[in-house]
Design a protein around this ligand. Structure first.
Ligand SMILES: [Zn+2]
Length: 241
C-alpha cells in the first residue's frame, strides 16, 4: 500500500519517498503526495527527482493501481528498472493542483446551494460541473453565482473529519452523490466539512477555507435528459470558458 500523504495534508507539495516498483504502467513509491484520479478529480502531474542527482522522471498522470491502496505514477516513457530502491523527492505541479483544489471545493459549495441529488460531476483546472437529479429547470445562473460568491466571501473553514462505517450507515442523508458510493469497508470514512454549509463523504483534495476559492461564476446550465440538469462553474481567474 502506498502511504497517501495528501489525505492528511492537501497542501503538501513534495515528499521524500523510495521507489518500490517500476513497470510499463509507471512508478510505485512507498509514500506520495500525488493524488490519483478519482471522485471526479484528475490525477496529479509533477516530477520524481532522484536524491542522487540523476535525471528527474516526469509524471504525466497519477492513477490507482489494480491492487488495493496502490498508487501508480504514470511516466511519459519507459523508466529503467534500476530506479527501484532509489530515494526520490516526489514533487507535484502545485499550481495546477491548487487550481484543482479550489475548483473541487467550489463544487461542494455548488452542491450545497442546490437541494437535489448529484448524479455525476467532474473537476478540471479552473472549471467544473455537477449533474443534478432535477425534473425541471428552476435554476437561475445569476442567482446561483451570487449564492456561491456569498459563500466564498463568508470564508467558511473547510476540514476533513473521519467517522466510522457504522456511523455513516446510520446517517444515509450525508451521501449527496448518488453515483459515487463512499469508500466504505476500511472501518472509517473520510467526510469533508465546510463549516455551516456542507458535510459529505469525499476523498479528494480541498482548500482550507472557502475564501481561497476566490470569485466564481456559473457559466452554463444545460438540460441533459429528462431528470438531469448540468451546472457548469468556473473560477473567475480561469479565463474564458
Ligand atoms: Zn470533495
Amino acid at each position: 500500500m502506498t502511504e497517501e500523504m495528501f489525505r492528511r495534508d492537501a497542501y503538501a507539495k513534495s515528499c521524500e519517498a523510495e521507489v518500490v516498483a517500476v513497470d510499463d504502467t509507471g512508478v510505485r513509491l512507498d509514500r506520495t503526495v500525488f493524488y490519483p484520479t478519482g471522485g471526479g478529480q484528475p490525477g496529479d502531474r509533477g516530477v520524481l527527482e532522484p536524491l542522487d542527482g540523476s535525471e528527474a522522471v516526469r509524471i504525466v498522470d497519477t492513477k490507482k493501481g489494480v491492487e488495493h491502496g496502490e498508487i501508480v505514477h504514470v511516466t511519459e516513457g519507459p523508466v529503467p528498472p534500476t530506479l527501484v530502491g532509489t530515494k526520490v523527492r516526489a514533487v507535484i505541479d502545485w499550481e495546477r493542483r491548487y487550481r484543482l483544489m479550489r475548483t473541487h471545493t467550489l463544487l461542494h459549495l455548488l452542491c450545497s446551494v442546490i437541494p437535489a441529488g448529484v448524479t455525476g460531476g467532474s473537476v478540471r483546472e479552473g472549471t467544473g460541473r455537477l449533474d443534478f437529479d432535477l425534473p425541471e429547470s428552476t435554476l437561475d445562473k445569476e442567482q446561483l453565482t451570487a449564492a456561491l460568491n456569498c459563500l466564498v466571501e463568508e470564508n467558511h473553514a473547510v476540514k476533513p473529519r473521519w467517522i466510522s462505517d457504522a456511523e455513516l450507515k446510520a446517517q444515509p442523508e450525508l451521501v449527496r452523490t448518488m453515483s459515487v458510493k463512499p469508500p466504505m469497508g476500511q472501518g472509517e470514512v473520510r467526510l469533508l466539512e465546510i463549516e455551516g454549509v456542507d458535510l459529505q463523504p469525499c476523498g479528494g483534495t480541498h482548500v482550507a477555507s472557502t475564501g481561497e476559492i476566490g470569485p466564481v461564476r456559473v457559466t452554463k446550465i444545460e438540460k441533459k435528459g429528462k431528470h438531469n440538469r448540468r451546472v457548469n462553474v468556473a473560477l473567475a481567474d480561469a479565463g474564458t470558458v
